[in-house]
Design a binder for this molecule. Structure first.
Ligand code: 5GP
Length: 191
């Protein structure tokens, strides 16, 4: 998506350890009108899939998921990183390895918010090694629901997450796909 690629080139910064910082419009400050345009594009791509729910992970995915959900007119469920067992004793849980924080953490979704009839679109900000996406797919599988696809804002195509998830037979649509990224040469997108 040209609009997004231009914005990444204008406002993105490459940090240490192959991390792209897009804090000025996506990960810290959120440009809501701009992210809504991305949501519209996810809707164009998945509008025929009879999506009943959007699933994401807190925190960065929530804004994108909500701005996308308004086009689908469906609820957003976000996987939590801290268990609220005092509120929900019945939870699905799965493990994620964080690329940015270099450690494992668990995610949780209350069983009352995903059921076997759901057709779920996953929305997330980045796809790198695929750990976050795999964990969300595990939760959906545990619930007996169906993953209709994943809408990703930025896929780091030089990492293997996209291949792993697509090899599982999941449709992945990424609005910007980065082929290469170095502090010296900047960002190159897949054509
Ligand atoms: P994965 O599980 O696919 O390795 O990584 C996905 C998650 O890690 C995303 O939800 C995102 O929060 C974080 N992440 C991975 N790579 C980057 C990056 O280059 N920049 C930022 N800001 N987050 C990233």
């Amino acid at each position: 998506m040209k609009l997004l690629e231009d914005r990444i080139l204008k406002d993105g910064h490459i940090g240490k350890g192959n991390v792209l910082k897009v804090d000025s419009f996506l990960n810290h400050q959120i440009d809501t009108a701009f992210i809504a345009e991305l949501g519209k594009e996810f809707y164009r791509l998945y509008k025929d899939e009879k999506v009943t729910k959007i699933l994401t992970i807190e925190a960065s995915g929530i804004g994108i998921a909500c701005l996308t959900a308004q086009y689908f007119n469906v609820p957003v469920v976000f996987a939590k990183k801290t268990p609220t067992i005092n509120i929900y004793s019945d939870i699905y849980t799965s493990k994620v390895y964080s690329f940015t924080h270099k450690k494992d953490y668990d995610i949780y979704v209350s069983k009352q918010f995903i059921n076997k009839d759901d057709r779920i679109l996953i929305i997330d900000d980045f796809l790198a090694k695929g750990s976050a996406l795999s964990a969300l797919i595990n939760l959906i599988n545990d619930a007996g629901a169906q993953t209709v696809g994943a809408g990703i804002v930025i896929e780091k195509a030089f990492q293997d997450g996209g291949k792993i998830i697509r090899d599982m037979g999941i449709r992945v649509e990424s609005l910007a796909m980065i082929k290469e990224m170095t502090e010296e040469d900047g960002i190159v997108f897949c054509s």
